[in-house]
Write a new protein. Structure first.
Length: 238
């Protein structure tokens, strides 16, 4: 398995869950800040057996870094590729700057993400692989003041739809679209809201594992998760 964005947020929660259930013999983790990853790795080593975990440090906004990093992976060796990388933006359209669109948000959420997916194609096992991309519910339901967030996720969703058509019968391509979850994505963007009211990323991971574990002749192309209600005291364990 390769988890792009496995050092934080939903990707990190998926990494913890997969290490616990030991489905994969090797897990590649691609990200930039590995502080939380290193802490988790130390804990895992105290409770063997654990899958082999390979750290891939990469800034996906740099095309050269993508090429160098992906070259470390043997061709046709990845069965499951999960991408959870993304950033957050909140502003009314009239207040969005050129840098917000090109240099910052659109570059990471669309251009860099698409380049990463393209670069990983030679590493995917033909006929026995799947790609799962985590976008957002904003990809199908626009909200204000999240216009830039919505259009980048919608663009990525269209790319995933096309990829599914091109790879049909070879690689299963899926898209999961969660609502707001309790991660550090907001504070990283300077939005210091109280995210405790949102479900934890582990709830999204349950849906991701369900999609990845389906019989291979079945494809769940999209899974849209709505925040029906969330009460941590009454939810069953993940």
């Amino acid at each position: 398995m390769l988890i792009a964005g496995g050092t934080d947020g939903i990707g990190f929660s998926l990494l913890k869950a997969e290490c616990k259930r030991r489905k994969y013999s090797k897990i590649y983790v691609l990200g930039r800040n590995f502080d939380r990853f290193h802490q988790l790795h130390k804990q895992l080593l105290n409770n063997p057996p654990v899958p082999e975990i390979v750290e891939l440090s990469c800034d996906i906004t740099q095309q050269d870094e993508i090429r160098t990093t992906i070259s470390k992976i043997k061709d046709e060796s990845i069965h499951d590729f999960v991408l959870t990388i993304g950033t957050f933006h909140r502003d009314k359209i009239v207040d969005i700057t050129h840098d917000d669109i090109v240099a910052n948000h659109f570059h990471l959420n669309c251009i860099s993400t698409i380049n990463l997916i393209r670069s990983i194609m030679t590493k995917i096992v033909k006929g026995q692989s799947q790609i799962l991309v985590c976008t957002a519910s904003l990809a199908v339901t626009a909200r204000s003041p999240y216009g830039l967030q919505s259009c980048t996720k919608a663009a990525l969703r269209s790319f995933i739809d096309t990829l599914r058509i091109e790879l049909k019968g070879k690689t299963r391509v899926m898209n999961i679209m969660p609502p707001s979850v309790d991660t550090r994505i907001f504070s990283k963007a300077g939005d210091h809201r109280n995210s405790d009211i949102y479900p934890p990323p582990s709830r999204v991971v349950v849906g991701m594992q369900y999609m990845l574990d389906c019989p291979f002749d079945i494809c769940i192309p999209e899974l849209l998760i709505e925040q029906h209600q969330f009460d941590e005291q009454h939810l069953p364990g993940c």
